[in-house]
Structures are given as C-alpha cells and as structure tokens.
Design a binder for this molecule. Structure first.
Ligand code: ZN
Length: 132
C-alpha cells in the first residue's frame, strides 16, 4: 500500500554529526554516526552545551544569592521588582518556587522570599528550614 519497508526506511540515515550517509552493512541498523570520531565529537559538544548551561545557572544563583544576602544583612525585607532588577537579581532563576494563594514563595538556597507581580517581600534567611 505504498508503505516503505523497514529496510528502505533505514536507507536514508545520515550521521548526526557530519551529515554523511551512514553505512549500514558493517554495523547495527540503528547506527547514528558514520565513525567513532563523529560520535565522540557529537557527545563532547552535547555535554559541553549542558555544562555551559549549568555553569550559567550556577553563576546566576551565586549572583542572586549575593544580592539577597546583602539585603538580609542590611535588614531590608522588601524591594520592588524594578529595584531588584536594577540590582541585578534575575528572578527567573531560583532553587525552589511554589504557588501560595496569589503569590509565589521562592528560595535561593537558604534565603526565602515572597514574589508578586510588583515586589519581593518577606526576604529572610532561614537555614534551619533546609537543615536535614
Ligand atoms: Zn560523521
């Protein structure tokens, strides 16, 4: 009924790294790479991308923590979102966040805060909350 058989489907395979057609006769039918070098390059790149993403998020968390910690030390418990942004806080990155009636309860490690459309409030440090 016009359906290609499985052999023909396999026939169109190309290397995920270099795009060259993958030879099927000398290997498994599900080979994704034309050679070991391509396979290694592909995985190296993929892992590097993930490593870079993790580094970036860790960097943002570090910066957020430094800013929030500074506020706690100054006794500041609330700031406008705009102020927070000007300080360099990235409110899209946090270690935990959950909804509580109309606002979010967020944390950056042991510093917690309440987040609404307009401001951060109840900024406080409570390590005991996270202790085992
Ligand atoms: Zn290749």
């Amino acid at each position: 009924m016009g359906r290609r058989d499985s052999y023909e489907q396999e026939d169109g395979h190309n290397c995920l790294e270099c795009g060259e057609p993958v030879a099927l006769e000398d290997g498994r039918a599900d080979r994704k790479f034309c050679c070991v070098e391509c396979k290694n390059r592909y995985h190296y790149r993929r892992h590097r991308r993930l490593r870079m993403l993790k580094d970036r998020i860790r960097g943002t968390l570090d910066r957020n923590y430094e800013i929030l910690d500074g506020l706690v030390k100054l006794g500041v418990t609330a700031v406008d979102r705009n102020e927070a942004m000007l300080m360099g806080l990235d409110l899209t990155v946090m270690t935990s966040c959950y909804h509580v009636k109309g606002h979010l309860e967020c944390a950056c490690y042991d510093i917690t805060y309440r987040l609404t459309d307009k401001k951060l409030s109840n900024i406080s440090k409570c390590l005991t909350k996270f202790a085992p």
